[in-house]
Design a binder for this molecule. Structure first.
Ligand SMILES: *Cc1c(COP(=O)(O)O)cnc(C)c1O
Length: 393
């Protein structure tokens, strides 16, 4: 087949999965078809818009129930949730924290907020997230475990934790990753910002890590405008998460008493009201997104030059952002697809630049990143809003 024909087929395939008669299709737009207006209006009518009000408690309870964790703490955004997660497991100044080179900037920035050092690891073709087997071999080479603490032999620094990220909602292979954490005495924090509604072997993502972070930014599977949450199965850490994110204030009717440096990271009631209404619809969003993904998968099965990224066997994914991967033998094709689709009002996007290539992380330690590099060059996100899947449910 001629190159131009391959390109045209791919663009036509995306187009064929879209509803007709629209001149612009966003990559991901929110959907407000439930109780959003009524819950938000109630906040305005009663004056409970800010840091106190019933929706925060209700939202936390709904999240706890849906994800199956013991405690959920709602916060201002996903980055703040990650920051507190790192603090909760004891990441301190000068520690190294392992995280994928292929992730959104927030994962690394949260490590920097703790004055710790991000240490970038490679991804797996199967999940686009951390490759536990390659990581195991790497840590075997470069670390030594002494007195229950893992040290990087090259930098002398303690390696305290790892933050895997469930890329576009596809869970990483958590069982072998947990074994790596046990072998090298690492704390596990899941960056589940993209994976609300995604399950690993039947268990909701965010349950395996000692603590985990969710995001409800406007582009995520559900939104609170801006927002996030900390999940944990450790009651003590859950209480501490609440304390740290509410300025570490000791409860008292009138006195201002704080027992450490806390943070003003609490989610406002107004945002939590939106969150309750959105979370009520999460099962519908998931059904629509999975139906859209199935349609893409069937369509791309017959198309030359690209493969559709499907969930691994051990996972049930939320398909937050659908992804196709251009065959590495067609090197120009990725940019051509991006160009033509965006010209025609179909919003598509490449993945993030690897974080180790950004100026502030250029000198951070890293392992061989050949798979992450290949994903960076070849993956494209395609339109994924839940409303696009509604016609396939
Ligand atoms: C969205 C996201 C976050 C958190 O983002 P906020 O905008 O701060 O809520 C963190 N990590 C990843 C991988 C994300 O996609």
């Amino acid at each position: 087949m001629r190159h131009a024909e391959i390109l045209e087929n791919i663009v036509a395939s995306i187009q064929s999965c879209m509803p007709s008669g629209k001149d612009f299709i966003a990559l991901h737009e929110p959907s407000f078809k439930g109780n959003e207006w009524s819950y938000v209006k109630e906040c305005l009518d009663t004056g409970w818009v800010s840091s106190v009000g019933k929706y925060v408690d209700r939202f936390e309870e709904m999240l706890r129930e849906y994800t199956g964790v013991k405690r959920a703490v709602a916060v201002v955004n996903g980055t703040a949730a990650l920051h507190i997660c790192l603090k909760l497991v004891g990441v301190e100044r000068g520690d190294e924290v392992l995280l994928p080179a292929l992730t959104f900037i927030a994962t690394a920035n949260a490590v920097s907020y703790c004055e710790a050092v991000p240490h970038f690891v490679d991804s797996s073709h199967l999940t686009m997230g951390v490759d536990p087997f390659k990581l195991d071999a790497y840590l075997h080479d470069i670390t030594v475990v002494k007195g229950g603490v893992c040290y990087n032999k090259e930098t002398g620094r303690r390696i305290k934790a790892i933050v895997p990220m469930h890329t576009f909602g596809h869970p990483v292979d958590l069982d072998p990753l947990m074994e790596v954490c046990q072998r090298f005495r690492l704390e596990l924090i899941e960056d589940a910002a993209e994976s609300l509604g995604s399950f690993y072997k039947g268990c909701h993502t965010g349950n395996v890590g000692r603590v985990s972070a969710l995001s409800f930014n406007g582009n995520k599977i559900m939104t609170t405008g801006g927002g996030g949450a900390i999940l944990t199965n450790d009651e003590m850490l859950g209480r501490l998460a609440k304390h740290l994110t509410t300025t570490a204030k000791l409860p008292h009717k009138w006195e201002f008493n704080h027992d450490q440096i806390g943070y003003n990271y609490r989610m406002p009631n107004l945002n939590a009201a939106l969150g309750c209404a959105q979370l009520e619809q999460l099962p519908d969003f998931l059904q629509e997104k999975r139906a859209l993904a199935r349609t893409y998968q069937k369509t791309f099965a017959r198309i030359e030059g690209v493969t559709f990224f499907a969930e691994p066997d051990f996972a049930q994914s939320n398909y937050w952002l659908n992804a196709i991967q251009v065959s590495p033998k067609y090197s120009r094709l990725r940019d051509e697809i991006l160009q033509v689709t965006n010209e025609r009002g179909l919003m598509t996007r490449p993945v993030w630049k690897l974080l180790c290539d950004l100026p502030m992380y250029a000198n951070a330690p890293k392992m061989d990143l050949s798979v992450a590099r290949e994903l960076e060059r070849t993956v494209i996100n395609i339109p994924s809003s839940s409303c696009l899947g509604a016609i396939y449910v």
